[in-house]
Write a protein that binds this ligand. Sequence first.
Ligand SMILES: *[C@@H]1O[C@H](CO)[C@@H](O)[C@H](O)[C@H]1NC(C)=O
Ligand SMILES: *[C@@H]1O[C@H](CO)[C@@H](O)[C@H](O)[C@H]1NC(C)=O
Ligand SMILES: *[C@@H]1O[C@H](CO)[C@@H](O)[C@H](O)[C@H]1NC(C)=O
Ligand SMILES: *[C@@H]1O[C@H](CO)[C@@H](O)[C@H](O)[C@H]1NC(C)=O
Ligand SMILES: *[C@@H]1O[C@H](CO)[C@@H](O)[C@H](O)[C@H]1NC(C)=O
Ligand SMILES: *[C@@H]1O[C@H](CO)[C@@H](O)[C@H](O)[C@H]1NC(C)=O
Ligand SMILES: *[C@@H]1O[C@H](CO)[C@@H](O)[C@H](O)[C@H]1NC(C)=O
Ligand SMILES: *[C@@H]1O[C@H](CO)[C@@H](O)[C@H](O)[C@H]1NC(C)=O
Length: 475
Amino acid sequence: MAILCEFRLFVLLFSTLFFVSVAISFSPADEYLIDCGSVVDSTVDNRRFIGDVSASSNGKLFSSVGSITLQSEIPAPNLAQIYKTARIFTRQAKYEFNVVENGIQMVRIHFHRFNSSKIDFSDAEFHVTVNGYVVLRNFSGAFGPRVREFLIWVDVGKVVIRFVPSKDSKLAFVNAIEVISAPKDLIADVVTSVSNDGATEKLNGLVKQAMEVVYRINVGGRKVTPFNDTWWRTWVPDERFLKVSDGSEKVYFSGRIKYRLGGASREVGPDNLYNTARVVKSNNGSVSQVNMTWEFPVSSGYKYLIRLHFCDIASMSLGMLYFNIYINGNLAYQDLDMSDATNYVLASPYYIDFVVDGENSSSGLISLSVGPSNKSIEHVVDAILNGVEIMKMNNTLGSLDGSVSTEMILSHCPNRRNLSLFMSMVAFMCILMSVYIVTQRRKAKDGFGWLRLSDNVPEDNNNPKSVEGFGTRMP
Ligand SMILES: *[C@@H]1O[C@H](CO)[C@@H](O)[C@H](O)[C@H]1NC(C)=O
Ligand SMILES: *[C@@H]1O[C@H](CO)[C@@H](O)[C@H](O)[C@H]1NC(C)=O
Ligand SMILES: *[C@@H]1O[C@H](CO)[C@@H](O)[C@H](O)[C@H]1NC(C)=O
Ligand SMILES: *[C@@H]1O[C@H](CO)[C@@H](O)[C@H](O)[C@H]1NC(C)=O
Ligand SMILES: *[C@@H]1O[C@H](CO)[C@@H](O)[C@H](O)[C@H]1NC(C)=O
Ligand SMILES: *[C@@H]1O[C@H](CO)[C@@H](O)[C@H](O)[C@H]1NC(C)=O
Ligand SMILES: *[C@@H]1O[C@H](CO)[C@@H](O)[C@H](O)[C@H]1NC(C)=O
Ligand SMILES: *[C@@H]1O[C@H](CO)[C@@H](O)[C@H](O)[C@H]1NC(C)=O
């Protein structure tokens, strides 16, 4: 009896522990959720975004002159709270976030242009830099929420996000910012690179590249919203990108996804990613001769990190699933043995990273295929894919958005300041000259030495452009 009780207690304890470890899987070292231009906090998907008007008062989160806060006058009824306010910048401004751990920080920036009687959003055109990387250039946003997501290696203790209007007459804006430390195992430092001619090699130093997440796809499944993701990502369905699907089908798995040490963790991909897939099956007693192919438009001139997610939720038993992976028509991985890759556990997630060079790709497309290999077996599944992520890597100038460096942007931007500096220098020279003349006269008259010239000099010609009447103005 006592033993039984102990056993029950043990089971209870064990299951509680298990449950807790599943529930609290990922708690980032640093996490900032900021609702820009807002006095009050807002909650989206159970996450609390702090209004930066209140936040800026107790920290140095935000610093700028010439910024205004704006509230949507007639917000769309279903719009998330964070998109109902914005901060507008008429000149360069920055947000600064202290971070305690060195590593990759995920920076998500939310933009939504709304109609306002006070601000004409058609004047929005600006650049955004993060810790010296150009992440957006000549950006304008759009009517309708847009989220841009960047992964930035940070070892200087802070994340600095700058907003720089492209010209004096233009303005910058932002609705919300997330800065979250990425899970430690998110990006491996060494990957296989597949060049245009099909040659493969190992590439080092991946974690320190700045990246933009350009595609995050849940193959064969539904959209996964931040609510259902371990660290609040969005995964979209693959239909739009699927080019060749003959003989393929979607599969759904209702059992438990078996995360393992050494495989993909739940932070790498959530259950909702791995429990759906597309597969190629051989139906007619022979291995089917089809590849499943997806195509993703990308801008050329960058390297891309491609992450393919696999989880064998379709095979009846181990040792049955072998297939090839092709990137841009080149064989990238031959005879992938899913059982071997997952240490002989079915329904266990696994991922492979590749880097492709889009430098000379004239097509502006990355094409991915999975299809049967020489080892594929009849009557079973011959290829599978559960998810795809494509991340753009910074170019040699440290930019994710064109041939421009942060130095170029920051040295270009303060036209107004240069101009006013020039003007004040001219004024100063004029005053100096008139003083000189006066003193010379005085000297000539009464031999008096020097004259103070304080009151006449304009002390600060750098006053921010006046934005009175547009709501709160930050000091
Ligand atoms: C905002 O203005 C644009 C352009 O003037 C218009 O097309 C759009 O319908 C307006 N949206 C709302 C919500 O009023
Ligand atoms: C932004 O666009 C303008 C007009 O198209 C262009 O002249 C300028 O060079 C662009 N700025 C950058 C940094 O690319
Ligand atoms: C979360 O996932 C569950 C199960 O897949 C689904 O029923 C639910 O609608 C999702 N919730 C949101 C907010 O996406
Ligand atoms: C099976 O055979 C039929 C008829 O020969 C053919 O149309 C179909 O494409 C084949 N299916 C596969 C998966 O090879
Ligand atoms: C799949 O695509 C690759 C690359 O284009 C090609 O070499 C291979 O023959 C294709 N396999 C099948 C079964 O069509
Ligand atoms: C891209 O093209 C340039 C000029 O044609 C060449 O020098 C370079 O090696 C090419 N890069 C790759 C990765 O093929
Ligand atoms: C299949 O096997 C043949 C002969 O063994 C080999 O030449 C070919 O490269 C293999 N192809 C693939 C895609 O594995
Ligand atoms: C990305 O930027 C870093 C530093 O700015 C640079 O060292 C690195 O070479 C860049 N990456 C590529 C692929 O050019």
